[in-house]
Write a protein that binds this ligand. Structure first.
Ligand SMILES: Cc1cc2nc3c(=O)[nH]c(=O)nc-3n(C[C@H](O)[C@H](O)[C@H](O)COP(=O)(O)O)c2cc1C
Ligand SMILES: [Fe+2]
Ligand SMILES: [Fe+2]
Length: 394
């Protein structure tokens, strides 16, 4: 089966429905794709490869597309093994293959595979002419590795963007953005962005600035759908996400052993709803994987962090979330803190220290209750909920 993107350009991606954890860490409830693209012209070029584990029929499809021709170029936009997995096999199959990459690509190529021959080094703005198609290389370092670059096909204005604009989730029949339900992919796209790329948002901003003025008709990322009907939609989303622009709403993430902190979460959420906040999402951090929490946190402008006290600190699952946030670095958030303890506390105090060390705004004092939520805590809770609502909706 051939999936044609345009004249001489085909999708050669594979779906991975078997892997549980991407990078052995991120749950894949809806799987993931690794997208590779083939250009057949006077010369042939493959843009990125796929993960070795999911490559069952990749080589058969590639050779069927090539119809006995040889592969002239392999362009490596990104060396992470989920895309570089098939390089060794390709070199054995096509010994004259020229590998196009930048200086940093080749360092990694040697580190991973010991490959030092067949190299065609490109610098920013360099081109390779394949015939009717010309490939122009745009270096976009640190989106999200040092060597990451994009390849722009100038005739049909196709941007092969690497992991940028990528998404978790397999392509189940629909390959192109006009063949899928965007809503289904948006949350997985944001989970991919926030957890994998989000830490490098300033470099994403630089990459977007560099692309500014380049007409893009199709975006071909290494994961998720091909954007051909409305590429500006995903570019706009990346603009927003990388600028830390969020929707008005509050994520309430709590850690609770026996339910007292959860009681507070429900109370605060109810009070915020009464004050007009329409998007409130409560999560038990012990149940929801932190990649989903990070994605929701990225999406909303408000965050309430709650924890019971646990051996002088916050609950370990809340510590894990705070640790992840301090690495990944969501910004521009209104953040409130709450919790329950039984003697000298430790949860609220440590979360507040994390919030103060981050670039977050704290619109009200934290609330800490001894044991259960009682009438004498209502005023402090109401003040916190009210300040959060005002900060979010103003
Ligand atoms: C293992 C463990 C460690 C705790 N450590 C502290 C502590 O350091 N300081 C404190 O004030 N309370 C501590 N507590 C008490 C709980 O924080 C307190 O009972 C709280 O109300 C529990 O809230 P939860 O129902 O949301 O889990 C600890 C409880 C347990 C089980
Ligand atoms: Fe990657
Ligand atoms: Fe990737």
């Amino acid at each position: 089966m051939k999936i044609r993107i345009t004249d001489g350009v085909h999708w050669l991606g594979v779906n991975d429905r078997r892997k549980h954890l991407f990078e052995n860490m991120w749950p894949l409830p809806q799987g993931i794709t690794y997208n590779s693209y083939l250009i057949t012209d006077e010369q042939t070029a493959l843009i990125d490869t796929v993960d070795f584990s999911a490559a069952a029929n990749y080589i058969e499809r590639l050779t069927a597309h090539l119809q006995g021709r040889k592969l002239d170029y392999l362009v490596i936009n990104h060396m992470e093994p989920d895309h570089a997995g098939m390089i060794g096999i390709l070199l054995r199959l096509y010994p004259e293959l020229k590998i196009a990459g930048n200086k940093k690509t080749f360092k990694l190529l040697q580190n991973f595979f010991g490959i030092t021959a067949n190299l065609h080094e490109v610098a920013d703005g360099d081109t390779i002419n394949l015939g009717r198609h010309t490939l122009k290389f745009i270096l976009t370092p640190w989106v999200h590795w040092p060597e990451t670059m994009m390849t722009y096909e100038t005739t049909h204005q196709i941007l092969f963007s690497g992991d940028a604009f990528g998404s978790f989730g397999t392509l189940d029949g629909g390959i192109f953005d006009d063949e899928i339900n965007f809503q289904y992919y948006e949350s997985e796209m944001r989970r991919y962005y926030s957890n994998i790329v989000g830490q490098y948002s300033n470099m994403v901003q630089k990459a977007l600035a560099k692309l500014h003025g380049t007409p893009v008709r199709v975006i071909c990322a290494t994961h998720g759908p091909v954007w051909r009907s409305e590429p500006s939609k995903i570019i706009d989303l990346y603009e927003r996400w990388s600028k830390h622009e969020a929707n008005p709403g509050v994520v309430v993430a709590f850690a609770s052993m026996y339910g007292h902190t959860e009681q507070l979460a429900d109370y605060l959420a109810r009070r915020m709803a009464e004050r007009g906040v329409r998007d409130i999402r409560i999560f038990d951090v012990s149940k929801t994987h932190l990649s989903f929490l990070i994605s929701e946190i990225w999406n909303y402008s408000g965050l309430l962090l709650g924890s019971c006290a646990y051996n002088g600190n916050a609950h370990p699952m809340m510590e894990q979330l705070c640790e992840a946030m301090s690495h990944i670095g969501p910004k521009n958030k209104q953040v409130g803190v709450f919790g329950s303890c039984s003697w000298s506390g430790g949860g609220v105090k440590n979360i507040k220290a994390f919030v103060d060390a981050s670039e977050f705004i704290c619109p009200a004092d934290p609330v800490e209750v001894l044991g259960t939520l009682a009438a004498d805590h209502y005023a402090a809770c109401d003040a916190l909920a009210s300040a959060m609502a005002t900060a979010i909706l103003s």
